[in-house]
Design a protein around this ligand. Sequence first.
Ligand code: GH3
Ligand code: MG
Ligand code: MG
Ligand code: MG
Length: 288
Amino acid sequence: MRIVLVDPSRIGLKLMTKMLVDGGHCVLPFSDGAAALECLRGDEDIDVLMTSFEIPNVSGLELCWEARLIANGGRPIYVVAMSSSHDRDRLIEALDSGADDFITKPPIATELYARLRAAERMTHAQRELIRLATIDPLTDLPNRREFFERAGAACHRADGSEPLSMVMFDIDHFKAVNDTWGHDSGDVVLRVVAAALRRCPGHPARIGGEEFALLLEGWDLLDAYHEAERLRLALQERPIRLPMGAVAITVSLGVAEHVPGQSVDLLLKNADVALYAAKTSGRNRAIA
Ligand code: GH3
Ligand code: MG
Ligand code: MG
Ligand code: MG
């Protein structure tokens, strides 16, 4: 595992680093709390934080809290607090500050490795839960829930200094694809559409059965409309090869731009209204 190790003592840091490396782990050692915090926030691949209490600049307990906040934001970090005292109050304080485990220094190698194996089981399970809750299994795209969360946060942040746009689209007469070619072929079509969407800029998602969305941060309505048209033409021009033959599909798209203060629900509603207009005016088009 990738471990951020924080200890004020150079010798302690060196000994623990060696022990962890010998156990097959990758260690990022710090004697300064602020530098460790910066690493925790910036490095997306950190699995574990192991921190002592008394460290310069940012305290060990603050680090525990910060790691807990990062974990609550969807990136699990297992937190191990370390102290050379056996003080029970310390242990309680650490656990209440967001630590998952507590060890007294210096640790015994075999015990430390076993605790880290437990940490690995825990973070693995947490990541699996996050994946199941946020990813659509058919297309591997973010699902509706994840998309609403991301788009909601983007709307909340948007203050008008940068534009923000939303594209929503729906495959035309998709029921006919299923009816003609079978449901499995329909699934293949959905995967191909998802792959095309993933090649677009922005944040894609599958928000319904044959409905997709694209959040474009930094894009105004006109640019988003052009991107929607590009996607429409790319899909129209490339029939999807299936074992039984090639199936041509088209999509209808609706585009809307966020207005500062607007909720994500209203932004999506506006994109949906445009999508509905694209459907009723003949399909295979984008409307902004
Ligand atoms: P329109 O142009 O108005 O959008 O027509 P449509 O046929 O695409 O729309 P409709 O809402 O009538 O049908 C959507 C179809 O999408 C019906 C449903 O069975 C199919 N569908 C939804 N989810 C899946 C899926 O995961 N796999 C497959 N193969 N089909 C799906
Ligand atoms: Mg429909
Ligand atoms: Mg449809
Ligand atoms: Mg639909």
